[in-house]
Ligand binder design. Structure first.
Ligand code: AGP
Length: 589
């Protein structure tokens, strides 16, 4: 989703901003821009499309600047709506959504102010300019403007009167400040600015930061100074490399075995004992998450119930945040998120905290907002995931969540199967999954595609379907195999590819009923299984995976589904790394 970069220092700002924006490209965006201040005037270059299109801005003179990648919410993705927005002597970039923008815009228009864009963000430039005109102090003006906003924001503001100053504000959208030798950088994400020798500070909700060359000062919501400590983070954040693969998605799928290996929690892990204690006390689990993370939660629910006999409920975070949930005694909320910045997941976790419930975060990105909000944190160790479509992070979440289920089982004197063999099995699965490339012609141009299964296979089917629609733009649905006949079967005809996931042996006959039902309607059936079964000649093609513990099978069965989505996306001429309309980190509601 939108990205922010800012620079104040001795170097030329423009190249630093462009480099930072390039590092944020993975988040997903549809336009980009930078503004540099020189001799009291802003030079602004904005373009629809990629950061590359800003190349001409590289030579802009000036040592102070802000930049932005925009993912359209209010107003079409076009140059006019791209950030930065300038109004009078004020220039701003904004991530988030100003929910009361219409009312605020009307207020400004009453004062005779004209707007240049359709965005909600531009109103911030107007509010700051108005307050600055009254107060003559940029920090106080940004503070006054923020008092009027509803919604979420990370803002960086420059004033043409102040040659080295950027003021930042944050509410429910991430923002960090990095200090180096006689320079300060701001960004929405650590990789944009982290480098050896720089210290990174995380701004909290409601806080303000004022940057002047190499100096930064932080203030609380009442503008009282606050002192902050830098956080430890990896300074080696070079631009991510594809490492010989054509796409990040292909590279990240190939990293699934390592993700499984590194994300499992072992007895020698630092937080093992603490988690054991937490799970000893836990009698009810809510898992809150979105998208792929929601699907890993569905898989984990089955493991918590089967191995630990703890009841678990999985909720879309976007729904949970507006519920009035009943928390049984000793409930634990597990918030799962690759980015740790998903607005809905953060809100769901905040709701639980406000109700006095402990929150355990399962997160892949260090220092993410969710890790600071949670009482306990498990880092999945998938490594950086760049492709918008989550792949290795799904399996990493499974490894962490299955480990938690095993720990919860142990806490109750029960035993869960070992996860130790999964990475090697994942390697085998990656090899056999190449076969799905041959299925591609049956899927390209399909009116609708179904992914079906039962139990854990149904969870895998849901994730396979999400991946498929996300990058192929073809309609698809994940469905419980047993439910087809209750309505959805009406959609199936000879043009419908149906992918059946079947690793759950005890339900094999039942799942095979679905194979017969859809093939009787002429559908082409593609089978993902790990045992040989009699399909009565009703299957067009299949892939045979290595056997694994039934409850853990989604960690493997999703691999050919990820590969299928990837190959079909390529055949459709789509860029699988940057699907249209989608962002890696969904920081707005
Ligand atoms: C998955 O391929 C998606 N890009 C999306 O569903 C994602 O999983 C979801 O937005 C949640 O993101 P998070 O894990 O960073 O919270």
């Amino acid at each position: 989703m939108c990205g922010i970069v800012g620079y104040s220092g001795k170097a030329d700002a423009a190249p630093v901003l462009l480099e930072g924006l390039a590092r944020l490209e993975y988040r997903g965006y549809d336009s980009a821009g930078i503004a540099v201040l020189n001799c009291g005037a802003f030079s602004v270059v904005k373009r629809k499309g990629r950061v590359d299109a800003l190349a001409e801005a590289r030579s802009l003179p000036g040592h102070l600047g802000i930049g932005h990648t925009r993912w359209a919410t209010h107003g079409a993705p076009c140059e006019r709506n791209a950030h930065p927005h300038v109004y009078r002597n004020i220039c701003i970039v904004h991530n988030g959504i100003v929910e009361n923008a219409r009312a605020l815009r009307a207020e400004c228009e009453v004062r005779g102010e004209a707007f240049a864009s359709e965005t909600d963000s531009e109103v911030i430039a107007h509010l700051v300019a108005f307050s600055y005109g009254q107060r003559g102090d940029l920090l106080a003006a940004v503070h006054a403007a923020c008092q009027k906003l509803r919604g979420s924001w990370a803002i960086a503001v420059m004033c043409s009167d102040l040659p080295a100053r950027i003021v930042c504000a944050r509410m429910r959208s991430p923002l960090i400040v990095a200090t180096g030798k006689e320079e300060c950088l701001i960004a929405s994400d650590v990789p944009a600015v982290a480098a050896p020798g720089r210290l990174v500070y995380v701004q909290e909700d409601g806080e303000y930061a004022q940057v002047d060359g190499g100096h930064v000062a932080f203030y609380d919501a009442a503008l009282r100074p606050v002192s902050k400590r830098p956080v430890a983070c990896d300074p080696h954040t070079d631009l991510p490399q594809k490492g010989g693969f054509t796409h990040f998605m292909a590279k990240e799928m190939s990293e699934v075995p390592q993700a499984l290996l590194h994300s499992a929690i072992g007895e020698d892990d630092r937080q093992y004992l603490q988690l054991f204690k937490v799970l000893c006390q836990t009698q009810y689990i809510y898992i809150v998450a979105c998208g792929t993370a929601y699907h890993s939660g569905l898989c984990a629910k089955l493991a918590f119930e089967e191995f630990a006999r703890i009841p678990a409920e999985v909720c879309f975070a976007s729904e949970f945040r507006y519920r009035t949930p009943i928390f049984p005694k000793n409930s634990l909320v597990i918030a799962v998120s690759q980015s740790g910045e998903t607005a809905d997941t953060l809100a769901a976790a905040s709701l639980a905290k406000a109700c006095g419930i402990r929150v355990l975060a399962v997160v892949n990105v260090p220092h993410a907002s969710l890790t600071r909000l949670a009482d306990h944190c498990v880092y999945t160790d998938a490594g950086r995931e760049v492709a918008v479509a989550a792949t290795k992070s799904f399996q990493a979440q499974l490894a962490s969540l299955y480990s938690l289920a095993a720990l919860a089982a142990k806490a109750r004197g029960r035993q869960a199967p070992s996860l130790a063999g999964l990475p090697a099995l994942a390697r085998e699965t990656l090899a056999v999954s190449q076969a799905v490339r041959a299925w591609t012609p049956y899927f390209v141009g399909a009116r609708s595609v179904f992914f079906v299964g039962r139990g854990a296979d149904y969870c895998a089917a849901l994730e396979g379907s999400l991946k498929f629609k996300e990058i192929t733009y073809l309609p698809s649905e994940g469905y419980p195999a047993g439910e087809l006949k209750h309505g959805t079967l009406a959609l199936v005809d000879a043009s419908t590819p149906v992918v059946v996931v079947l690793t759950c042996r005890r339900l094999a006959e039942k799942t095979l009923n679905a194979v017969h039902e859809v093939s009787a309607r002429g559908a082409n059936v593609f089978l993902v299984t790990n045992f040989s079964c009699d399909t009565g000649g009703n299957v067009r093609a299949g892939v045979l995976l290595p056997r694994c513990e039934e409850a853990y099978s989604p960690a493997l069965s999703v691999i050919p589904l990820q590969a299928l989505a990837y190959y079909v996306a390529l055949a459709c001429g789509n860029d699988p790394d940057k699907p249209r309309n989608l962002a890696k980190s969904v920081t707005v509601e």
